[in-house]
Design a protein around this ligand. Structure first.
Ligand SMILES: Nc1ncnc2c1ncn2[C@@H]1O[C@H](COP(=O)(O)OP(=O)(O)OP(=O)(O)O)[C@@H](O)[C@H]1O
Ligand SMILES: [Mg+2]
Length: 262
């Protein structure tokens, strides 16, 4: 039986003036999977995930989450959806004027997800999960870049979303921290059952962590498949051309088998 997608995107289109960024995007995200969205800089990866959170209205197409049609939702209708879908933005900065504790608690308080007396336990649990125990009273500027990224991760997972988008979670990190963050994302998926969508340029990470890869190219998801399915296409000359053109160290093909059944 074909798995039902947790989130379905169909024929999604978005242009800014003459600039058609997303022409017709079709994408399924399956419950519990670790999906990586790949594509060259400027291909519209960040835009796509922001649109899946209702931050930009589509020109055309459909968005469906948990079987519910979101496409024509108004701003206030998106609010309960965003309680279930988390996002770690590419530019996710911490609030410098707040302690680590207040940063991690921020979304819980803003969305009134937990009563105030339950927040400390949730913050502590979230900081432990990103291997930053006991940092509650520290200030962001006292932390390294890698630690700040992990605090931002703790802030995202504190909300216990069912689906979480991470936009470039390992950008700017050294290889040791890249590996650490990758392990973390996998463990958070496993521990909290968070369906995970990662946007990255890091091929090594994508192949190491993902159940499936999706490649955004020319305004469409050009192909999807498991890392093995992408890997199997590496000798296809057409793909090599495509890889060279896209300047990505990525084996790709004109067509891939359909996504695996879950
Ligand atoms: N608010 C906006 N107004 C106008 N154009 C926008 C807006 N947001 C995105 N774009 C355009 O959409 C295109 C895709 O941008 P986006 O940030 O999604 O790319 P990306 O794939 O995430 O790139 P990167 O890998 O560098 O992060 C760019 O051409 C950008 O100029
Ligand atoms: Mg981006």
């Amino acid at each position: 039986m074909q798995a039902v997608a947790l989130y379905e995107v169909r024929g999604l289109r978005k242009a800014f003036g003459e600039n058609v960024v997303l022409e017709s995007v079709d994408l399924d995200v399956y419950e519990g999977e670790f999906l990586t969205l790949l594509g060259v800089s400027g291909s519209g990866k960040s835009l796509l995930v922001k649109m899946m959170l209702g931050l930009f209205p589509p020109d055309a197409g459909q968005l469906r989450f948990e079987g519910e049609e979101l496409t024509s939702f108004e701003e206030r209708e998106w609010i309960p959806v965003r309680r279930k879908i988390g996002m770690l933005f590419q530019e996710s900065a911490l609030f410098d004027s707040m302690t680590v504790f207040d940063n991690v608690a921020y979304g819980l308080r803003e969305q009134r997800l937990l009563p105030e007396d339950e927040i400390p336990a949730r913050v502590t649990e979230s900081l432990n999960a990103v291997s930053l125990p006991g940092t509650e009273e520290r200030w962001p500027k006292e932390l390294s870049g890698g630690m700040q990224k992990r605090v931002a991760l703790a802030r995202a997972i504190a909300m216990r979303p069912g689906l979480l988008f991470y936009d470039e979670p390992t950008e700017g990190l050294d290889p040791i921290n890249v590996t650490r963050v990758n392990r973390l994302l996998l463990s958070l998926r496993d521990r909290f059952g968070i369906t995970t969508v990662v946007v990255t340029h890091n091929m090594r990470s994508a192949f190491a962590t993902s159940d499936r890869l999706a490649f955004l190219h020319d305004g469409r998801i050009a192909r999807t498949g498991t890392p093995a399915e992408f890997d199997a296409l590496i000798d296809d000359p057409q793909l090599r051309h495509f890889v060279a053109a896209s300047r990505l160290d990525l084996p790709t093909g004109e067509s891939l088998p359909p996504p695996p059944l879950h």
